[in-house]
Design a protein around this ligand. Structure first.
Ligand SMILES: Nc1ncnc2c1ncn2[C@@H]1O[C@H](COP(=O)(O)OP(=O)(O)OP(=O)(O)O)[C@@H](O)[C@H]1O
Ligand SMILES: [Mg+2]
Length: 257
């Protein structure tokens, strides 16, 4: 089961959301793989991991899944496939389109983890071939967005992309628009969230506040659950909202046997 975290806009909390949901799902007992499809390589960085092995090894070198996964201390059910500058070569291979095809490349590569694994894909702030390949692979899409007036077109465009992919026979569904970095005193934020709720009924996830702890946790190489449990409560609400829609597609295990 593949959840893609995407928004072409930069710095909206995609990686924070991907890392937090992946660690949260693993902690709840779901075997999970966090995949970084962004050449910035932030997902592994945020967890204090190495930039290699990486997605390039999985997709281009066709290494077995177990060889490209890094383990995370304290999260026995979580594996991470890092991204780095080599990810740009996947982009090249997709644009040449001889051996790898955008519509299928990521879905085929990620299938090696098994259909009952929760796969969380972090993506780059761009509409690249890898991004499109990830959307083609996705069962679910989460769109993190700062609720500013200017964010509306980007969010609407992604939701529209979901409709286009569905019409083409894709299995993607919108899991939710996630308001991030929310300031409870901002009229602009409140109005934008209200607008989204009217436009995407039932699909606006609980808001994540703008809190200093989120900016500091990556430097400590820790998920927010460990770095600042109080701040993590916002994401606990997000998980509670999405899990009922996902759990049928997953198999839960004992976290620590
Ligand atoms: N709720 C939040 N409150 C405060 N800071 C946050 C919050 N969420 C994320 N941040 C910080 O904001 C910065 C951008 O977040 P993040 O890297 O998750 O965004 P992104 O969308 O992945 O960025 P990019 O588009 O570059 O990949 C990071 O320094 C992160 O630690
Ligand atoms: Mg990012």
């Amino acid at each position: 089961m593949i959840i893609v975290i995407a928004n072409q806009k930069g710095g909206v909390g995609k990686t924070t959301t991907a890392v937090t949901i992946a660690t949260g799902m693993a902690e709840l007992g779901y075997p999970t793989v966090l995949v970084d499809a962004d050449s910035q390589g932030n997902a592994a960085q945020f967890l204090g991991l190495d930039p290699r092995p990486d997605l390039y090894r999985l997709i281009i070198q066709e290494r077995p899944a177990a060889e490209v996964v890094q383990r995370v201390e304290d999260y026995p059910l979580l594996g991470v496939v890092a991204g780095n500058a080599d990810t740009l070569e996947i982009e090249d291979a997709l644009s040449r389109g001889r051996r790898l095809h955008t519509a299928t490349a990521l879905r085929q590569a990620l299938a090696r983890f098994g259909s009952k694994t929760a796969i969380i894909v972090d993506t780059a702030p761009s509409l690249s071939n890898i991004q499109v390949s990830a959307l083609n692979a996705a069962d679910w899409l989460i769109v993190p967005a700062i609720p500013e007036y200017a964010a509306e077109t980007g969010v609407a465009a992604l939701v529209q992309t979901v409709a286009v992919l569905q019409e083409a026979g894709g299995g993607i569904n919108l899991l939710g628009v996630l308001p991030t970095m929310v300031d409870s005193r901002s009229k602009e934020h409140a109005e934008t969230i209200a607008k989204w709720q009217a436009r995407f009924p039932g699909l606006v996830l609980p808001a994540v506040r703008r809190l200093i702890a989120f900016g500091k946790a990556p430097g400590a190489g820790e998920p927010i659950w460990d770095y600042a449990p109080n701040a993590a409560e916002d994401y606990a609400d997000v998980m509670a909202a999405i899990l009922p829609r996902l759990s049928r597609q997953l198999q839960r295990q004992a976290v620590r046997p």
